[in-house]
Design a protein around this ligand. Structure first.
Ligand code: ACM
Ligand code: ZN
Length: 760
């Protein structure tokens, strides 16, 4: 009887053991590492980390902090630390985690690593400490997601699949810009971002520290810079601001260094300098006085280039910058410096004459080159935005291209290094409607048409987190999940990139971000509206797609605000008359998230051919040549892809109805966003023609709109006339032409934004 019992027990144990070992084997597709490593080979089995194990490091004391980094994770999430020991060669016992410098191919570079997990343990090899650190980040992503927990988690097997990984980055410069000027970010928040960057193998924090709206770094020689420049008076009279003391700056730089992130300070010149001029008005062309900016945009008042004191001041500021930031690069800005003041300043004009310069662009080049000499003399290198190309590039400058890829291409062709961060893919202050996850993932930093010989000058890219519209608590939503795409673009070889594979890994990665407390946003518009127009039935088939998994969609078709009690979206909707669709995404009782509004019109010009006398800007193309008559109206987000934008030019559109048709009303819709230089038209005229050559005016209208109104708004301009029958309709909307004198960007070409010409 007792033997029988014992035999039964053995069988039971065998069954239990068997079922334990039948855990699903990890396959490449369910190891979700972001950014994706160059090569992964998975073997069946897994290695379990337990309290008795040691972390052994070999090679150098430089790497002593790396085991501590892993131990900190274990201590918090698992409640134990592994013993850390330095070992000599050939002394490696089994059942340990080994970090080893050397004994790997040179081709891995300073940031590459080999990571091997088998039954004997975990081994990371690299040429440099940075490679070991990145191997460790990969290891973190192979451990159970609970390793990221901020509190102890019970009952977790700390296992890692058997695997062999060889990995190295595609680009050496993998950055994120954080603007702490428009909104101030607490020091601890910056440290948290450094952790999040390091986790995704990003290695540069481009710290934007001075702006029109705030000077955020203590400069010992000029205490007024922060006494005055760090604080602004908001429109409601409240005070807003803050700055980092030099001790705090040093702490951030050291923290970043320990995570293999170099901090690149950006101290702007000659423009975006109003906060400094508020403290030192004598450095401007007019002498001021000035207030620290409390509006967003570009300001005319910049450092006077004719005054040597401007340079003396900036050199003294940079002396302290060199002392605080040990990295070889500093960023001088150089973007968006209007030349208006320089054109009207005797000192600046004298400088142009004395230096034999052609114009104010060459004066800007003089400014940058003079600063570059100082920066180089102090053993540092200069980076500037792509405007520094205008008027001639300073001899050894690195260009950061933001207004597209052209600046990077031009710089590289001139033999200069370039960092690529175009508004089209890398501006994470832009809404997800404008730049969604897929768009970021499609970013290819090497400009098309750049020959092979010069491609080596493209040293990498950055994502830019400007904060006009993003206080600290909204940064996560803007940065994630888009940062994941950027990290893979900059780390992983182009040939290895595959959006659907990446997207699947992102879904797994959310679990880790949840443990890290990241409040990530949507992958695309909360609700995307995909519509197809059928001319035969004169109706749309409309599909709604959620921008994040786990959300339900609800909608209304009568213009009312939807709630979670409105019609739930289950299947495509048929729309056969002009309709205002509103939709929301909601998760359970949470939400609703953001209402999406889409107006559908059904009118006589829909789908007809449109010819434009002046082309629309390629950046605002309405997504189709006949966007003006596609029945889909643009929204208040002028980057929603529905608007056609015309800079400096009028809208002159000729619609060919194909055959004569009767109509008595034409309605043009336009958008204004004055701070973005988009103004309503000054006059709209409708004409008709039988042959498309001779046109007769039907009616015109002079809109009466407040050009100074600074919010974004859409206006419909209905123009009615006696019923007419014609084949061709011409609509002319007059652009203001240049921004008026009162505008911060006075004299620059203004925009006209148009969408939908409704013909009834
Ligand atoms: C920039 O976005 N002005 C560089
Ligand atoms: Zn001047």
């Amino acid at each position: 009887m007792r033997h029988y019992f014992k035999a039964l027990l053995i069988i039971c144990l065998a069954v239990i053991t068997l079922s334990c070992s039948e855990k699903p084997v990890k396959t490449e597709s369910n190891i979700s590492i972001i950014p994706k490593p160059a090569s992964i080979q998975i073997q069946p089995g897994e290695f379990e980390i337990s309290t008795a194990m040691k972390i052994l490091y070999q090679g150098s004391d430089d790497i002593v902090d790396i085991p501590a980094f892993l131990n900190q994770k274990f201590q918090t999430a698992a409640g134990f630390q592994l013993k850390v020991e330095a070992v000599e060669n050939n002394e490696i016992p089994e059942n340990s985690i080994v970090l080893e410098l050397g004994s790997c191919p040179d081709s891995l570079g300073m940031e590459g690593y080999l990571l091997k997990v088998d039954k004997t343990g975990i081994r990371i090899n690299a040429i440099a400490a940075s490679g070991l650190f990145y191997g460790l980040q990969t290891l973190r992503q192979m451990l159970p997601a609970e390793i990221e927990s901020p509190a102890l988690v019970e009952n977790v097997n700390w296992t890692v699949p058997f695997v062999e990984i060889t990995d190295k980055p595609r680009f050496g410069w993998r950055g994120m810009l954080l603007d702490c000027c428009r909104h101030f970010m607490e020091k601890d928040f910056v440290l948290r971002y450094i952790d999040l960057l390091a986790y995704h193998k990003m290695n540069r924090l481009h710290w934007h520290l001075t702006e029109d709206q705030g000077w955020r770094i203590e400069i010992k020689q000029f205490p007024t810079l922060t006494e005055i420049g760090a604080w602004r008076t908001e429109e409601d009279g409240s005070r807003y601001g803050g700055f980092y003391t030099q001790d705090e700056i040093r702490e951030v730089v050291a923290y970043a260094k320990s995570r293999f992130i170099e901090v690149v300070p950006e101290i702007e010149l000659p423009g975006h300098s109003l906060a400094a001029l508020a403290a030192f008005p004598e450095l401007s062309c007019t002498g001021g006085p000035f207030e620290v900016g409390n509006q967003w945009g570009v300001f005319k008042d910049i450092y006077c280039a004719g005054n040597d004191k401007s340079f003396e001041f900036l050199e003294k500021v940079y002396d302290e910058i060199f002392d605080l930031f040990p990295f070889e690069y500093v960023h001088i800005g150089g973007d968006e410096a209007p030349k208006y003041r320089w054109e009207n300043c005797d000192k600046c004009q004298k400088r142009i004459k004395d230096e034999g310069l052609k114009n104010e662009h060459e004066l800007q080049s003089y400014f940058i080159t003079r600063m570059e000499k100082y920066i180089n003399a102090n053993g540092r290198k200069l980076i500037g935005w792509d405007e520094i190309l205008e008027g001639g590039l300073a001899p050894s400058a690195t260009v950061q291209s933001w207004r597209g890829f052209e600046g990077a291409k031009e710089a590289a062709e001139q033999g200069h290094d370039a960092i690529v961060s175009p508004t089209s893919h890398a501006y994470f202050d832009y809404s997800i409607e404008t730049t969604d996850l897929k768009q970021v993932y499609s970013f290819e930093p090497v400009p098309t048409g750049l020959d092979k010989e010069h491609q080596k000058h493209i040293i990498g890219g950055e994502c830019n987190m400007w904060t006009e519209r993003a206080p600290q608590e909204e940064i996560d939503d803007r940065m994630f999940p888009r940062l994941l795409a950027m990290s893979e673009v900059l780390w992983t070889d182009k040939g290895q990139r595959d959006y659907s594979d990446f997207h699947a890994r992102v879904q797994d990665h959310y679990n880790r971000l949840d443990f890290l407390g990241v409040k990530y946003g949507f992958e695309s518009m909360a609700v995307s509206v995909i519509s197809e127009y059928d001319p035969a039935s004169r109706s749309y088939t409309v599909q709604l797609i959620s921008g994040q998994k786990g959300f339900d969609l609800f909608y209304t078709l009568d213009g009312s605000e939807p709630t979670i009690h409105s019609t739930k979206y289950e299947a495509p909707i048929n729309i056969d008359k002009s309709t205002e669709l509103n939709a929301i995404a909601a998760k359970g009782e949470d939400g609703p998230i953001k209402t999406i509004n889409q107006k559908f019109t059904i009118h006589k010009a829909m789908g007809k051919k449109v010819e434009l006398e002046f082309p629309f800007s390629p950046n605002y193309d309405g997504s189709s040549p006949n966007a003006l008559v596609d029945g889909l109206c643009g929204t208040e987000n002028f980057r929603d892809g529905k608007w056609q934008g015309f800079q400096g030019n009028d809208l002159v559109a000729v619609i060919d109805l194909g055959e004569p048709a009767e109509f008595s009303k034409v309605t043009l819709s336009c958008l204004q966003s004055m701070p973005s230089w988009i103004l309503m038209p000054t006059e709209i005229t409708v004409l008709s023609s039988a042959d498309g050559v001779e046109f007769t005016e039907l009616a015109s209208l002079a809109p009466n709109v407040d050009q100074k109104r600074s919010d974004k708004f859409i206006m419909e301009f209905p123009i009615e006339f006696l019923k007419t029958s014609s084949r061709f309709i011409k609509v002319i909307a007059k652009n203001v032409g240049t921004n008026p004198d009162w505008h911060d960007a006075a004299g620059s070409a203004s925009w006209l934004f148009a969408d939908e010409i409704v013909v009834e």
